[in-house]
Design a protein around this ligand. Structure first.
Ligand SMILES: *Cc1c(COP(=O)(O)O)cnc(C)c1O
Length: 413
């Protein structure tokens, strides 16, 4: 099966009980059993079935198996949000005294989470760009995970996964990749060498901004050393699947990080058009980035698919030649950035990405409100920078919209 066929047919079931062509929403908290013995067997995992939707639900499960297959993983666990997925994936293997090595160009919420983990004795060391050269000097006995975003949001730097995973595996450390901005259409991080993949499915996979959720996908290939990853030791019976087993039977279940069945129904619909949307979104983003780069009123424009980008070659090798759908531009000052944003007709001012509509935000005053000045700089966030999450509108309309907003901002300045 090729990509777009797989989005529709791989592990897709519909509703076997009625012939419904979509998997229905199991909008229920609990599942009745025929006998006390049956419920005991379901709870013990000895009989397939569902007991309680925090632990398992058919709508959620159908999305999980499709995502696992799409990414080439062995199992997937859906979560209430992308942040829940990042938190659960990390906490599932870490304990007090452990260190994370992460790229600095991360989503603001993830940077805030690293700060939240400090009182629990988990510390993070960041590098400007997640590359073997920058990681190597920071590695120690305490390093338990390397974490990065395949295409950093909003820094838009691209990780060379084969290179980083080679170093990580040499030291027996897993590589966790947040692939939200790349999506399975641009790359399959597990196939490139990552061990665990995370998506905020609120974004491109949902595709229309209709609900919050996330997912963790286990590659099932990392050999966990149960002396080093002691929190996984009680699940050693699952071998390479110990990571997923601990999430399911322990951490994720007990944190109550489950997703809502109705949101995952919407994600399943979104998934089916992901290939079409990403093609259009990436083409629009490239077109808009080229337009902005050539505009005399715009400073630095970042887009990994631009030939001027230091990541252009990596985009060709690793991301199917597609640079994603986020563009950032520097406009000289915060005041001018605000004026341009306020004059846009189609681009909506909103804190989200991956919608069918074009969205625009001033990251420094919103997503990075809680970050320090040096954290902002390392994340590629400046006072005059706007982030554009490009939508599926007609490219000519988007260009005209930015042209008129830039012209109006300048006539008022
Ligand atoms: C949005 C986002 C998250 C967080 O996802 P939520 O669904 O908003 O919790 C994590 N990582 C990246 C790269 C994101 O863009």
């Amino acid at each position: 099966m090729r990509e777009n066929t797989a989005l529709l047919h791989q592990r897709f079931q519909g509703d076997p009980s009625t012939g419904g062509t979509l998997t229905p929403i199991a909008q229920t908290s609990a599942f009745r059993c025929q006998s006390a013995e049956e419920l005991e067997a379901v709870c013990a995992g000895k009989k397939p079935g569902y007991a309680y939707s925090r632990i398992g639900n058919p709508t959620i499960n159908s999305f999980e198996v499709r995502m696992a297959a799409l990414e080439g993983g062995v199992a997937a666990v859906a979560c209430s949000s992308g942040m829940a997925a990042v938190s659960m994936a990390l906490l599932n293997i870490l304990e007090a005294g452990d260190e994370i090595i992460a790229g600095a160009g991360l989503f603001g919420g993830t940077l805030d989470l690293f700060h939240d983990l400090e009182p629990f004795g988990i510390t993070t060391r960041t590098v400007e760009h997640l590359s073997p050269e920058e990681i190597e000097p920071l590695l120690s006995e305490r390093t338990k995970v390397i974490f990065g975003e395949l295409i950093g949001n909003p820094k838009l730097d691209v990780i060379d996964i084969p290179a980083v995973s080679a170093l990580a595996h040499e030291r027996n450390i897993p590589l966790f990749i947040d692939s939200t901005t790349a999506t399975p259409i641009l790359a399959h991080p597990l196939k490139l060498g990552a061990d665990v993949v995370i998506h905020s499915t609120s974004k491109y996979i949902n595709g229309s901004g209709s609900g919050i959720s996330g997912v963790i996908i286990d590659g099932g290939t990392f050999s966990w050393d149960f002396d080093r990853y002691q929190v996984l030791a009680p699940f050693r019976r699952a071998g390479k699947l110990a990571f997923t087993l601990r999430l399911r039977e322990d951490l994720w279940r007990n944190f109550g990080a489950c997703a809502a069945p109705s949101n995952l129904f919407l994600n399943s619909l979104g998934l089916e058009t992901l290939g079409l949307r990403m093609e259009r979104l990436c083409a629009n983003a490239l077109g808009l980035a080229r337009f902005l780069e050539a505009h005399p009123g715009v400073g630095e424009v970042r887009y990994p698919g631009l030939e001027s980008s230091p990541f252009f070659l990596l985009v060709q090798q690793e991301l199917n030649g597609m640079g994603g759908a986020i563009v950032t531009a520097r406009l000289g000052s915060k005041a001018r950035a605000y004026q341009v944003m306020n004059h846009l007709k189609y681009a909506q001012i909103a804190t989200n990405i991956g919608d069918v509509r074009t969205l625009v935000i001033h990251p420094a005053s919103t997503i990075y409100l809680h970050s320090s000045e040096s954290q902002r700089r390392s994340a590629g966030v400046y006072d005059d920078l706007i982030r554009i999450s490009v939508g599926i509108e007609d490219l000519e309309d988007l260009k005209e919209d930015f042209a008129q907003a830039l012209a109006q901002a300048d006539s008022r300045a």
